[in-house]
Design a protein around this ligand. Structure first.
Ligand code: GLU
Ligand code: ZN
Length: 480
């Protein structure tokens, strides 16, 4: 069954790529682009390539490139072959640009940025969409030499055909048609001799044999220009699929709150890669993959016909629920590693593992461990009003009896085994005549400070009997 908003199938054994510009760190949007290209390649026996688009020397930083590779590895997205770095591709670009110029498909433009801006404004003022006015389109050798002599540094512009249309099938958005007359002559090489994005991007895709490009919707209007370049150079262009925008839960652009966080920040907060991957997979891809899935399963299920056109809404609550599922799925050893940075210093390995085993199911993020560390190894904060009321209702006699029952068994309670604590609770029940919630609620609040939490016996078994007894004794004398 074809979904109403779905796209077209991608070719078999696709060669895809991720082509980040190292001008900042990865956030959820570009991580999703990387993931989808990876899934498409891996799910269909293709190849996934990586290219660093660092032709903008002013904004590109090696640290960002390094961070991007780290982030991809952390997500589990491996790439095939060598990484292409655009700053090392100067000779290939120069050769292709010379060819375009020799063929009359490109020409030097001597307009200064100020002149371009003036022209842009006057077109806007006249109510026309601004595009390059064609000033340098037909300069002869003499005119060119004169402009060079003025010290003008030329850019190289692509000569867009005066008439005709460029049509292509977008894997997400379907048939696209652009009129050449609407596309101004655009820059291929900047005045500083660096290659412009439109040009280096398509040349590299073609040279690397890329067959499918999934990328952000913001690039859709660039595609006709890139197809023109490919055609002029006799290159085979990839198929394109432009992924819908990611918005916040309200449909507005992603806010700083969570969605605009970088991958590094999410990782440092303790998000697990499998949680992110599962969440990203469902942002703009409608599908049947139920529950937490590993990358290979997601790759098998990924299908370009399931990419949706409407904006994908990022909901922090969804991410958190994937994170909880990912935490549940951790092995005990992996859970210990995940929580290690948040554990109190100096815990013996067995105590640390025991603590993590009991607490992990109540956590989504390591920062939530601190209150439980206080419960087991530290001091309880003063109880909130509802908890306070519960303690008052149980009364000092109850806590006195409970403390006495624990004191009688203190020797047997040390050691971390929950069984003697269960026996002690039975003794408290017998001594106080309370059972069920009337017994467990005040006990839980007295010992842990809160009504919610993991099963009580294994939790209190983690504390020393002295700490538990002291908490009960404190409540067994009337409050001052
Ligand atoms: N460097 C471009 C970007 O990060 C790549 C666009 C593309 O995937 O073609 O937006
Ligand atoms: Zn010009």
């Amino acid at each position: 069954m074809a979904l109403p908003q779905a796209g077209a199938p991608a070719p078999a054994a696709p060669v895809t790529r991720f082509a980040p510009s190292p001008t900042g760190e990865l956030h959820l949007g570009n991580a999703r682009t990387a993931l989808f290209n990876w899934l498409l390649a891996r799910g269909r026996g293709g190849r996934f390539l990586l290219r660093i688009e660092d032709t903008d020397a002013g904004r590109s930083r090696t640290e960002y490139a390094t961070q991007i590779l780290d982030d991809l590895r952390w997500l589990g997205l491996d790439w095939d072959g060598d990484i292409v770095v655009q700053s090392a591709r100067g000779p290939a670009y120069a050769e292709a640009l010379a060819r375009l110029e020799a063929d009359g498909r490109a020409y030097p433009c001597y307009c200064t940025p100020v002149e371009i801006e003036v022209s842009r404004r006057s077109q806007l003022a006249a109510g026309r969409p601004p595009r390059y006015a064609g000033t340098c389109r037909h300069l002869d050798a003499h005119q060119r030499a004169a402009r060079l002599a003025e010290g003008r540094q030329p850019t190289l512009r692509f000569r867009v055909p005066d008439a005709g249309r460029i049509a292509f099938t977008d894997l997400v958005h379907g048939e696209q048609v652009f009129d050449c007359a609407d596309i101004g002559d655009f820059v291929l090489r900047r005045a500083d001799h660096s290659a412009a994005f439109f040009f280096s991007n398509i040349l590299d895709d073609a040279d690397s044999g890329v067959t499918v490009v999934l990328r952000g919707e913001d690039h859709l209007s660039n595609t006709p220009r890139q197809l023109l370049i490919a055609e002029a150079l006799g290159l085979r262009a990839p198929a394109y699929g432009h992924l819908s925008l990611i918005t916040g839960p309200d449909g507005a652009p992603l806010s700083k709150r969570l969605g605009a966080k970088t991958l590094r920040e999410l990782r440092e907060t303790g998000f697990l890669p499998v949680a992110l991957v599962n969440h990203l997979y469902r942002l703009g891809h409608s599908g049947e993959a139920e529950g937490l899935q590993h990358l290979d399963a997601l790759a098998r299920a990924f299908d370009t016909t399931r990419l949706v056109r409407s904006p994908a809404r990022f909901d922090p609550a969804q991410l958190e629920s994937w994170q909880k599922a990912a935490v549940q799925a951790l092995t005990p050893e992996a859970a210990l590693e995940w929580l290690r940075p948040a554990l109190p210093a100096g815990l013996a390995p067995a105590a640390a593992q025991g603590f993590v085993d009991v607490i992990r199911h109540n956590l989504a993020l390591p920062a939530e461990l601190a209150p439980w560390s206080a419960v087991v190894f530290g001091e309880l904060p003063p109880p909130a009003a509802a908890e306070q009321a519960l303690l008052a209702e149980a009364g000092p006699e109850f806590f006195a009896a409970a403390a006495a029952a624990l004191r009688d068994r203190a020797a047997g309670l040390a050691g971390g085994d929950p069984a003697p604590w269960k026996a002690a609770t039975a003794a408290i029940a017998a001594a106080t005549g309370r059972k069920g919630p009337a017994l467990f609620k005040p006990l839980r609040v007295a010992l842990t400070g809160q009504l919610q939490g993991p099963e009580l016996a294994p939790l209190i078994a983690l504390m020393t009997p002295a700490r538990a007894i002291a908490r009960l004794e404190r409540l067994s004398s009337r409050a001052p």
